[in-house]
Ligand binder design. Sequence first.
Ligand code: CU
Length: 118
Amino acid sequence: MKMRVRLVTTLGLLGALLIGGAAQAGGDVVEIEMVNNRFQPDELEVSVGTTVRWVNVERRSNHDIYFPDEEIASGRLFPEESWERTFDEEGTYEYYCQPHHNRGMIGVIRVVATDEDN
Ligand SMILES: [Cu+2]
């Protein structure tokens, strides 16, 4: 897992793309797409240390990511823009898109301990 972290750091986008397909374990990068006014997937479980990257793949709409409990906000993301957050602590992180909250654009990240910690 630690090697994967270093790989992402060293190779940047290329590394992230190579690893993306297997990104469920700690230290990886997992992508969530924003499409059709939804987060896909809208529910995600990741290991501690995982970086989640939200990517706006809409043609026109812009979105944001807002964690109300912590008041952490991405700012507006226009098409093809992305934003990342690394989750270093276990927990359930509920979030939503502020402009489309009332239309159900919500999501949740569940961060669980890695096998190495058990
Ligand atoms: Cu939105």
